[in-house]
Write a protein that binds this ligand. Sequence first.
Ligand SMILES: [Zn+2]
Length: 319
Amino acid sequence: MRLVLVLLLLLTAALILASFVTAAPGTPNEVGRIMILEYHKIDYPEDRWTRTPENFRRDLETLYVRGYRLQSLSALVEGRITVPAGTTPVVLTFDDSSPGQFRYVERYGKLEIDPKSAVGVLEEFIREKPDFGRAATFFVLPAANPPNRLFNQPEHVTRKLRWLVEQGYELGNHTLWHANLGRYDETVVRGQLADAQVWVQRHVPDYKFRTLALPHGVYPRDISWALRGTARGTSYHHEAILMVGGGPAPSPFSARFDPVHLPRIQAIESQLGHWLTHFDKDAADRFISDGDPTTVAVPRTLRDRVRGDLRQPLRVVER
Ligand SMILES: [Zn+2]
């Protein structure tokens, strides 16, 4: 009788241990999903479309502590995941170029980045935690009415855009003035996309957008108009199109990855909290890097989720 009890106890212990091992955070799973976070205003007060600088700072701390590291949107689209082993890539996006995203202030006669603007908060956090990485995409509006025209402060626009690009941040197309692309014919749609690039190139010569975030999440009648083309002598090419919502994005190595329909998560308290809890609980759904950008590490049970057309020379490693 006692022997049976001991055996039962041992079996239970083994089962608990086994479940812990398979769900252990840090086990590489490069077909798990990735959060592309979508911020709008960084300002006061906290609102549906506004995150305060303090709450934004708290988001970064939470992400860092829970093992997330910044990855650029381009790297995600290319399937070039470079975050360290055991960590999860996360992509930051900022829509609508509102003033609180990037503001200069004058202090003691010197121009400096407002520490309460999104860029200021992010840069300060990166200084404290350099291993968090540095990446974000700003979906800007070059011809919107103020205050959404390229972060407001017209006298500093060139300086801001160049600074962002020099630091490795990305600029993305969000049309010229937030046009609802579902409402217009082909000529207007293409004009909006090409002109947005031309207007940004006045500040950063030759800069080419690689990604497009749809205003209001609305696709044009024909998706090909948004992907590539030429209008008024300017050619544009978007490798990815981002939506307004939809949850975490499939891994770029997953058969479900669709760069033309990339979902995002609105970075508000409820959504962020929901998905952070979800990924803490469901390790199989969470992308965890193996630290090697040339391999795709997958648990054996998830092997069939890998896409058949992996970019060369990527190779699959079963874990
Ligand atoms: Zn927008």
